[in-house]
Design a protein around this ligand. Structure first.
Ligand code: IYR
Length: 228
């Protein structure tokens, strides 16, 4: 145990009895397996406070040296959303018209995706996540950040989980290349520190929303895990 004075005792850990732990793990699995990637979004508004809490949850993620190398831009402004849609659709058109290559396009067929992205305007929230190469905990640009990709990936996972737990649906969207997001989101600062990482679309599902059957096929445990 580290008894240095700048260490705090672990006050908020809760230990559950074994049977309760198993029940909780199972309940969580049932909860998380009801998360689906959605492309049919309703235009019903979602209160900003809900999005704020979800971003706060995302930002509790572990990160290299606890430098928290991320920035979230939550967009509900219709003019910013249309700008994003316009730029993303232009990129997607060139992607689907050949830039992706045959193998990639074949892999996407079961998802039924194309260059048409109406949800970028229709969904109430787009959350652009930026990864920061420098900053440290003080965001002073002097310090290097570590394991940036891993850290931001975990935080993004937490965000998706938080939005799902709140009762919203999401889409992880990665228009390629995503550099246009910097300018649109006002993150094109002089030190060029912010790299667009992902765009999360969040909101309510449209009535009659569907999911591709392909997306429900999850690999069985014995294929994805080994116990030794
Ligand atoms: N970004 C494109 C293509 C796309 C790529 C992958 I990998 C997906 O899992 C889904 C879509 C689009 O959004 O259509």
């Amino acid at each position: 145990m580290n008894e240095l004075e700048n260490f705090l005792s672990l006050k908020d850990y809760i230990e559950y009895p074994q049977d309760e732990m198993l029940a909780r793990a199972k309940a969580h699995f049932f909860h998380i397996r009801r998360r689906h990637t959605i492309r049919d979004f309703s235009d019903r508004p979602v209160d900003k406070d809900i999005i704020k809490e979800c971003i706060k949850a995302a930002a509790t993620a572990p990160s290299g040296a606890n430098h928290q190398p991320w920035h979230f831009v939550a967009i509900s402004d219709p003019s910013v959303k249309s700008q994003i849609r316009e730029e993303a659709e232009a990129l997607e058109r060139s992607f689907y018209e050949g830039r992706a290559g045959e193998e990639w396009l074949d892999a996407l067929k079961p998802l039924g995706t194309d260059a048409h992205k109406p949800y970028l305007e229709k969904a109430p929230w787009l959350i652009a996540i930026f990864a920061q190469k420098r900053g440290g905990i003080e965001n002073d640009n002097e310090q290097t950040n570590y394991y940036v990709h891993e850290s931001v990936g975990i935080a993004t996972g937490f965000l998706i989980e938080a939005l799902h737990s709140a009762g919203l649906v999401t889409l992880t969207h990665t228009p390629k290349p995503m550099s246009f997001l910097k300018k649109v989101c006002g993150r094109d600062n002089d030190n060029d520190n912010d790299r667009p990482y992902m765009l999360i679309v969040a909101g309510y599902p449209e009535e009659g929303a569907t999911i591709p059957e392909h997306a429900t096929k999850k690999k069985p445990l014995d294929e994805i895990a080994t116990f030794i």
